[in-house]
Design a protein around this ligand. Structure first.
Ligand SMILES: Cc1cc2nc3c(=O)[nH]c(=O)nc-3n(C[C@H](O)[C@H](O)[C@H](O)COP(=O)(O)O)c2cc1C
Length: 199
């Protein structure tokens, strides 16, 4: 199983960096899957500007970064999204990265990890994202992690300062891998029967 871990902030100084530094080493204990950090800084997509929708484009993107993003997302079986909360939604850059593609996301599971400096921990961003990804035919997990008071919870190297975040993450990944296996098996069966359009 191949899991992409999408980091949804590209700010020069970002708290999402410490969240990624905490998550990635923890994932090494799950030997049945490969995890890759997908930092949106490395995919500088323009705001979506194609004349056709991603569903209509069927992978024929004119933008080179979109092609690279498409290939990367198509190669994954499931996702973890590390989401900041901006104005009670998520970052524009993350929403845009979702909007650019369609088939590459379809019927794949996604687990959310949000964070914020206050007591809400990015919950509102995740609630919006759940609605967005359903439209992409993804399967958002009920289980999620919302890191409250992120500066008190994790240091800049991703070490846990306060909170049972490691235990929460282990539970989240168990759940994600269950869904990933189930949906990957179903997708592989579909491909054998040549029923789905794949890119
Ligand atoms: C444009 C903007 C809007 C924000 N809106 C919210 C918000 O609605 N709720 C919240 O808890 N924090 C909000 N914050 C604080 C962010 O959660 C905090 O800056 C966090 O570190 C952002 O993630 P990043 O540093 O990885 O970009 C906002 C920050 C920015 C820059």
């Amino acid at each position: 199983m191949k899991i992409g871990v999408i980091l949804g902030s590209i700010r020069e100084i970002r708290r999402g960096g410490r969240v990624a530094k905490w998550v990635m080493p923890q994932l090494a204990q799950f030997k049945e899957a490969e995890f890759e950090l997908l930092d949106l800084r490395e995919y500088p997509l323009p705001f979506f500007d194609e004349s056709n929708s991603p569903e209509g484009l069927k992978g024929n993107y004119s933008n080179q970064v979109a092609k690279k993003w498409s290939e990367k997302i198509a190669s994954k079986d499931g996702f973890i999204i590390i989401a900041p909360e901006y104005n009670h939604g998520t970052s524009a850059v993350l929403k845009n990265a979702l909007d650019w593609l369609y088939y590459e996301w379809v019927k794949k599971p996604v687990a959310f990890i949000s964070y914020a400096p206050g007591a809400i921990g990015g919950t509102r961003a995740v609630e919006q994202l759940r609605q967005n990804v359903i439209e992409l035919q993804m399967a958002p997990l009920r289980e999620a992690i919302h890191i409250t008071y992120v500066l008190d919870s994790l240091d800049e190297n991703g070490q846990v300062l306060k909170g049972h975040w490691n235990e929460r993450l282990a539970k989240l990944i168990d759940e994600l891998l269950w869904w990933t296996k189930a949906l990957k098996d179903a997708q592989d069966n579909d491909k054998i029967k040549n029923k789905t359009l794949s890119i």
